[in-house]
Design a protein around this ligand. Sequence first.
Ligand SMILES: [Zn+2]
Length: 153
Amino acid sequence: MSDRARRVHEHSRSLLRSAGVWRCRELDHICAAVEQHTGRQLVRSATHLDAATVHGAVVRTADIDYVIVESQTSPDHQQHILLHELGHLLCDHSDQAHGLLTRSTYTDPLEYEAEVIASLLGQHLRRAADPLHLQPVDPQVHRLLDSFGLLGR
Ligand SMILES: [Zn+2]
């Protein structure tokens, strides 16, 4: 592991400890802790996204953080996408892209950090055993995703 990767792992572990989700075994517990950490309501949604562009996104409105997950993939993959987006929220990457975060490339330091958090959180979850509680996407958020060209056809 490179020095940079080691630093990101150490930082991520201490962030997960301070947020109370280190070695957390329940997805609902993680989501509740993220809400505590951000002080904002978290809504988990699924819709069909443009897979060439994104598998997940966070849309922040005035009082709600919508985590959007690809609907047409496996529960294991959906869980990983969800954890990755929660990583962005825990790291407070919210000033990126004016409230709309999209998955790009893992060479991007922010994407790498979110990916490390997703894998650390995923290690302790029972694989695909927890319901993901993904709702249909809010119409306002759906329009926003559409306007950014992120919806699948
Ligand atoms: Zn990302």
